[in-house]
Design a protein around this ligand. Structure first.
Ligand SMILES: [Zn+2]
Length: 280
């Protein structure tokens, strides 16, 4: 369900459609940010936006190349897709490997009982990837209302989207609100993630729309930074003492954080962080 956050900004954060997504209503168009995973669900939000505002949806901005933020974009047939050049590269690679239709169908079949809507949406999935690319930053709107900025961290292609003058930030997956973050992407850079969250915190946004979980404020960013910092310290310690990933979990070396989703995200996260800090 997409609903108003503040000013001209709307978001769907109920988690039923993979990642969060949202929209900003400008004078002459509606700009969408991320698209969820199931275009069948995203279509309902699209119809609601069209009905409410009577403005065309001309642009969809992607925060990064994870399928739970991208696959729903099929719902916006005629819109331009906007993403960083880095994201464009990631999508090209994904289309050759994990995004082939046989791979996607295989995954969807395995999850059919658990996620029937996702399974149904995959049956006629047409993946939309960015056709308007920017290097570091892109500004949209007559009054420079929307800034898209490539920052990295969660993935090398992670961008944030800032809406002014409302002073609202779509953080993408730099922020998982009230759940254990997924930090296991092979391009995840924990140091840049921490740094970017600190910048985000210092900007004192009125509202932050995270990649997953409810709309939140700075205190949630502070909590997230503290957790990532503690995790970094634990991983470095484990590497020094040659504690393998499975022992790390058995020994309770994982810093305390939201338990939600930890069972499916913790191990992959550790594998990537071991690789990252094992090199330095
Ligand atoms: Zn992600």
């Amino acid at each position: 369900m997409i609903r108003r956050v503040a000013g001209r900004t709307y978001a769907d954060t109920d988690g039923k459609n993979g990642g969060n997504f949202g929209a900003v209503v400008l004078d002459e168009e509606v700009v969408v940010i991320d698209a969820g995973i199931a275009h069948t669900i995203t279509k309902t939000a699209r119809d609601w936006l069209s009905e409410q505002f009577g403005q065309p949806i001309k642009k969809v901005i992607f925060t990064h190349s994870h399928d739970d933020h991208v696959f729903g974009a099929q719902a916006f047939e005629s819109a331009s897709m906007i993403g960083s050049m880095r994201m464009g590269e990631s999508c090209k690679e994904a289309l050759k490997h994990e995004w082939t239709s046989s791979q996607i169908r295989k995954h969807a079949d395995q999850a059919k009982d658990e996620r029937p809507e996702y399974w149904a949406s995959v049956q006629d999935l047409q993946i939309r990837t960015p056709d308007i690319l920017f290097r570091d930053e892109l500004i949209i709107g007559k009054f420079e209302d929307i800034t898209v900025r490539l920052v990295g961290g969660h993935t090398a292609d992670s961008s944030i989207v800032i809406v002014e003058p409302e002073h609202i930030c779509f953080s993408g997956d730099l922020l998982f609100c009230r759940s254990f973050p997924y930090a296991g992407d092979p391009t995840c850079n924990p140091d840049s993630w921490i740094r970017n969250l600190e910048v985000l915190r210092d900007a004192r946004y009125k509202h932050i729309i995270p990649g997953h979980g409810p709309v939140c404020e700075d205190e949630e960013v502070v909590r997230h930074v503290d957790f990532l910092r503690s995790l970094k310290a634990s991983v470095k310690k484990a590497l020094k003492q040659a504690v393998p990933v499975d022992r790390f979990l058995e020994l309770g070396m994982m810093p305390k954080y939201y338990p939600e989703a930890a069972d499916r995200r913790a191990e992959g996260t550790l594998v990537q962080w071991y690789k990252f800090y094992g090199k330095s």
